[in-house]
Design a protein around this ligand. Sequence first.
Ligand code: COA
Ligand code: MG
Length: 310
Amino acid sequence: MSEFSPSRPARLRRSVLSVPAINRRALDKLSSLDCDAVIFDLEDSVSPEKKAEARENLRAFFAETPLPGKERIIRINALSSNFGADDLALVVELEPDAVLLPKVDEPQDVTGVSDRLAEADAPESLRIWAMIETPRGILNAAAIAEAGRTAGSRLDCFVVGLNDLRKETGVPPQPGRSYLVPWLMQVVLAVSAYGLEAIDSVFNDFKDTEAFDAECGQGRLMGFSGKMLIHPNQIEAANRHFGLDEAAIAEARAIISAFAEPDAATLNVVNLGGRMVERLHLVQAERLVHKARLIEQRSGAAAALAPASD
Ligand code: COA
Ligand code: MG
């Protein structure tokens, strides 16, 4: 029997926008964008000569620009590189919601950082996200996710990185991602087993909105919570696909009402308009309604951010 109870507070992670920390113009845009989370990237999108400047940008940005309602994640360089230690020190200083570790291969990559954050007295609220983007990362996804259950682990979320995985494996980009699906599903299975979440990979061709739309739909059906994005014009489709439709919310409310009837108090299955509904569907329905509430709150915040029209 599973000992895990998925009691973590649900977060909204439909659209997780990556922004190169070196790009001040893009950083300045973030307050006006309707994404759920921002990854400030110090890794692949910043050249070695610009790493220090990118860190300074983040220092200034965090001091000046609150992003209410959005999760803030800093992606650091590998700790084995020349930049990782300074990046992690910056994370401890800025206290974002999470640090995103690149190319996580094995559980020790996560537990090592958990230990360093504890030694630095980083608050418990500072979580760890892991890029799963290497062949070893995929093979070890379950063991890495399981490490999230050890005491003091801050592991919260996986992000799949297909650009690196394609480079390592030689599997080319292809509509439908058919040869990658088994690996993607392995990641989703691993996070489901240990109560974490997974974010689907970036889609590079940001002008091809039709193909992006299709890939978002696929990612949602595979069980991802959201998509990592590279461009503002990808936010709307991600929010739509990983959000909720009215029919699903109405059905969830009907399930909750059905089990709230006095006669249903001791029943594990009820008849909902000619369909069997089990108590396990009630748990799903409650989660869904909670997510709907989070989306409502975010829409309110987005409306408040929208520039006044004249
Ligand atoms: N976050 C915030 N704003 C962004 C953005 C992002 N990721 N990408 C583009 N923008 C802004 C641009 O600054 C531009 O703003 P402006 O109108 O004020 O000039 C606007 O959106 C339109 O951008 P566009 O001209 O279409 O693209 P670009 O040439 O400026 O940038 C990329 C294209 C791919 C270089 C850029 O989108 C990018 O760097 N994306 C993130 C890459 C990344 O994080 N990689 C690592 C993870 S894989
Ligand atoms: Mg990568």
